[in-house]
Every structure is written in C-alpha cells, then in structure tokens.
Design a protein around this ligand. Structure first.
Ligand code: CO
Length: 133
C-alpha cells in the first residue's frame, strides 16, 4: 500500500477570507499554514484535522487552473492529496496502472513538500495529488 494518509482535501473557493471565517465559526478551525504558490497561481490556507488538512484554495490570477475550475464547475472539492513515502515511486505505480500523470516527474509543492498531480480522466473523476513530506 503506497498511500500512508489522506494529506489534504482541497476545496476551491472564491473568497478565501470568507471561507476561513466560516470554518472558524462553524468548527473552531484555525489556520495552521498559509502560502501563495506563484507557480500554480493559488493561495492556500491549511486547517489541520487530526493528521490531515482541509486546504482552502483560491486563484491569485485569471489564468490559474483553479480560476478555470471555478468558472466551469463552481466552488467545491478540487482535489484529494494522498500522502506517500516516495512520490516518484507512487507516480511510476500510477503510470504502470494506466493512470494519466499531469506532472511527468515530482516537483516542489507547498510546505516544502514534493508533489505530482494525476489527471482525473483515468482516475475515476478525481484530480489526485501525491504528496511526499
Ligand atoms: Co493540494
């Protein structure tokens, strides 16, 4: 079994401050980490839930993939991040199983992680992120 934990569930939102405020009021959730990832055109806020996170995600520019997603699909669950011990090995296993990598090789993610995305087509409709801490 290559997956060791749900790392995060990412939720695309239009108003990051409003979403953070809602999670605080509704669940008492506090922001554990916040980061702008320029290369992906997103800002994220991580709310810790046990050993996993809820990741609230909003675009920082119009050509961000998350901006396109919000335009087409509206707010909601954007991807699931699975924690793995070895991102490169997990990505190879995806390829071997007939999955469709978006990233051909692991690359830097937020929080100093190493990540690779897998296309929802070929993964039963879910955008998957492999996350190595
Ligand atoms: Co993610």
């Amino acid at each position: 079994m290559l997956l060791t934990e749900i790392d995060h569930v990412a939720i695309a939102v239009r108003d990051l401050e409003a979403a953070i405020d809602y999670y605080r009021r509704a669940f008492g959730a506090e922001v554990a980490h916040r980061e702008v990832v320029d290369s992906d055109g997103v800002e994220e806020a991580l709310l810790k839930v046990a050993e996993s996170y809820v990741q609230l995600l909003t675009p920082t520019r119009d050509d961000s993939p998350v901006a396109t997603y919000l335009e087409k699909r509206g707010e909601g669950i954007h991807h699931v991040g699975y924690r793995v011990d070895d991102c490169a090995a997990a990505l190879q296993a995806v390829k071997d199983a007939g999955g469709r990598p978006i990233d051909e090789a692991p690359r830097p993610g937020s929080r100093g992680t190493t990540v690779a995305f897998v296309h929802p087509k070929g993964s039963f409709g879910t955008l998957i992120e492999l996350v190595e801490e």
